[in-house]
Design a protein around this ligand. Sequence first.
Ligand SMILES: [Zn+2]
Ligand SMILES: [Zn+2]
Length: 346
Amino acid sequence: MKAARLESVGKPLKLMDIDTPPVPKKGALVRVKAAGVCHSDVHLRDGGYGKIDIVKDLGAKLPITLGHEIAGIVEEVGEDVRGLSSGDRVVVNPWIGDGTCKYCLSGLTNLCDSPVNLGENTDGGYAELVAVPDSSYIAKTGLSFSDAAPLSCSGLTVFSALKKASLNPSMVLLLVGAGGGLGSMAVQLGKLLGAPTIIGVDTNTKALNLAKSLGADITLNVNDPDFEKEIKSTTDGYGPDVIVDFNSSTQTLSKFIPLLAKGGRYIMVGLYGGRLEYDTPNLINYQKQISTSVVGTLKEFRELIALSDKKYLKSTVTSLFKLGDVNKAIDNLKKGTAQGRQIVEI
Ligand SMILES: [Zn+2]
Ligand SMILES: [Zn+2]
């Protein structure tokens, strides 16, 4: 079968012919129809997230097939699997816990000590077929493949982060990077989870227009000289109650944490890399909560798929690529020229 693989870090993924993986006993072989291109692929292709190395720290063995936002058709199920059949249209949660560690047993499968992360430490979805070792991480979906695929990373990540925000109708939610793959999910899920007012922030008009079209009430360009005044005036001088940062770079953290309302919550999600430096008495006196969120749990994945099947979410897909062109899509993310979600169709 064909697969786009990382052979050596820092080099483009290479289209190769490799053997079809065996059918996992407790999982399934899925014929990939669509795979979302995530900003993590930029980091993984470059060798990891900052000081976290794809081989030494994440446990990948090169060459590895990247691609972790996966939707397709079940090709064959393992002998121990019930409730899933070949021919089912599915979306795959690639963040697979071992089910036995302290974290998995308390439901925090996203923090598993020995995870199988498809497209990160195990072969993923930039291929004709992917082996998914645990069938509970495979959910049936009625959505199109290209709309279903981004739910497994960008959708899940946003859903989990926003659930941690405990949104309520009096709150203003600000999204840093509102026109990107995660942001375009967040403007929609923010509304569904109870934030009546969403401020979408990004760096260019195309991204801001996308955020607006998907439900952001106010869109602001971070490069606008009156940017901070606008934030104050749209929040009656208080600042946003919740800020979700899809960059979490040194620049965004230093710019946006001071804008947070007293008692507000700042949630770092993006893995752009950077350092958090802030005056602690200032955080404490204003009781600002600085927190993080990474992908999501199996339970949250199931909740999100159930919600998406009710067709509450608009498509975030902006462009389609062939498997052989996956590097172009990753390059677009690296250059910052991609809006919404780019999808590889297989
Ligand atoms: Zn991702
Ligand atoms: Zn575990």
